[in-house]
Design a protein around this ligand. Structure first.
Ligand code: FAD
Length: 412
């Protein structure tokens, strides 16, 4: 039975956050026949834009890529209010208030406030010359900081750090990555994939140093000139980027009594614990597998937007999708699906020596539950299908590159 129908309410549907999640949600609502008023409030000054190029093309002039042209919002009667911060939510009165003091009533509220870079709490970390990367403005700062070449230190060997390193290297910048864990991508990738990528970056001249603790950013005349490590070593540099993960922008939600735990807790429909309040994208901690996870990727934000749009207009819920994301580094097109850390056996298809590889992660019954691929779109598509169908594979055959993938399926 349909739970909601397109509302022709006096009150609008209000979306807080005009990023990937919010901008796609409003488009999907109109596509799904939502006829009510829509207000989307974003604190940035720009029309919603693509974030992935910020770490992969920050030196290019074509960096700013709008998700949709400005006319789209006008033509679809979406009241896009940019440069406006929502500072509080009143769930009882069903209103939000902006920092300028404007109160806006809502019939439905969708929180799509994303996340922000985690900052370090060490001396010098609050210096303006210690950069982070989330917005178009941040990418501009990064570009200007390294435009003249010099030495860039990146604190944190996550996907964003590695992407920035790759792009900076192609522009002749000297790059050092400082990673606290024993390997890059420790939180999100398998040891084998980390090693594969580390090798590719080192071959391009990036100095990757793992198991190091940054204790201070040393400033001189307003600029960071060095990074101090525990143990006394000092690394001289011309610019510093911190890429140490992101934290959910969930403060207004928590203050309004919405259940949060490392992000806003939502169900499969994007519903929070409070009526008529949904959340999507990086700000959410969503059900995935047998737990809850903050899965910061565009496909995940889009999937949630589809679910919320369907739920609000009363359409059937879309089919669940396999969580996935991509990354580009040098000539590598990386695509990763599923929960890598839940696998107990990793089977390599290809050695990676030619830049092409697929690592399949199998559970105890040899079902594929995740895959990490580089320059191997067909392997990635096959892996996603296997994850969805719960196919059981023969690991020995799977490891033989010449063996047709269909002949590796034992069951399913
Ligand atoms: P966002 O797109 O961040 O949008 C949230 C918006 O809400 C922001 O504009 C924020 O400023 C605004 N906001 C926050 N609080 C308020 C408030 N109180 N009032 C008003 N507005 C507010 N994912 C991939 O899958 N592949 C990639 O290659 C990839 N590359 C990336 C590269 C970079 C540099 C970054 C930063 C992210 C990348 N991601 C990538 C992740 C992807 O961009 C995010 O998963 C996606 O943007 C999430 O969408 P969102 O709507 O939840 O958040």
């Amino acid at each position: 039975m349909m739970q909601n129908s397109p509302v022709a309410s006096e009150r609008p549907l209000v979306v807080v956050g005009a990023g990937h999640g919010g901008a796609n949600l409003v488009a999907l609502l109109r596509q799904n026949g939502f006829a009510g008023e829509i207000v989307m409030i974003g604190d940035e000054e720009h029309t919603p834009y693509h974030r992935p190029p910020l770490s992969k093309k920050f030196m290019d002039d074509s960096l700013q890529q709008h998700l949709r042209p400005l006319e789209f919002y006008r033509e679809n009667a979406i009241d896009l209010r940019l440069g406006s911060v929502v500072s509080s939510i009143d769930p009882a009165g069903r209103t939000v208030t902006t920092s300028a003091g404007e109160r806006i009533a809502y019939a439905y509220l969708v929180l799509a406030t994303g996340s922000r870079p985690r900052s370090l709490t060490i001396p010098g970390a609050d210096s303006e010359s210690v950069l982070s990367l989330r917005t178009l403005g941040d990418a501009g700062h990064l570009r200007r900081a390294i435009e003249g070449g010099g030495r860039l230190v990146i604190v944190g060997g996550g996907y964003i750090g590695l992407e920035v390193a790759a792009h900076a290297r192609t522009h002749g910048v000297e790059v050092t990555i400082l990673e606290r864990e024993a390997r890059v991508l420790a939180r999100v990738a398998s040891p084998g994939f980390s090693e594969f990528l580390t090798g590719r970056h080192r071959a391009q001249g990036t100095d990757i140093r793992t198991a190091v603790d940054v204790v201070e950013f040393v400033e001189k005349s307003g600029s960071v000139v060095a990074v101090d490590l525990a143990g006394g070593e000092r690394i001289e540099c011309d610019s510093v980027l911190v890429g140490a993960g992101a934290v959910a922008n969930d403060v207004i939600a928590r203050e309004a009594g919405i259940n949060c735990h490392d992000g806003i807790l939502v169900d499969d429909h994007g519903r929070t614990n409070l009526p008529e309040i949904y959340a999507i994208g990086d700000v959410t901690c969503r059900p995935l597998g047998d737990g809850f996870l903050r899965f910061e990727s565009i496909p995940s934000a889009l999937e949630q937007a589809k679910n919320v749009a369907a739920h609000i207009v009363g359409s059937p819920a879309p089919r669940p999708e396999v969580p996935w994301f991509w990354s580009d580094q040098f000539d590598l097109k990386l695509k990763i699906a599923g929960h890598v850390h839940r696998g107990i056996r990793a089977v390599w298809r290809g050695s990676g020596a030619d830049g092409k590889v697929g690592i399949f992660h199998l559970d105890a019954t040899d079902r594929v539950i995740a895959a990490e691929t580089a320059n191997a779109p067909a392997l990635f598509m096959a892996a996603k299908k296997f994850i969805t169908s719960g196919a059981v594979l023969d690991p020995q055959r799977l490891a033989i590159t010449g063996c047709d993938l269909r002949d590796c399926v034992v069951q399913g």
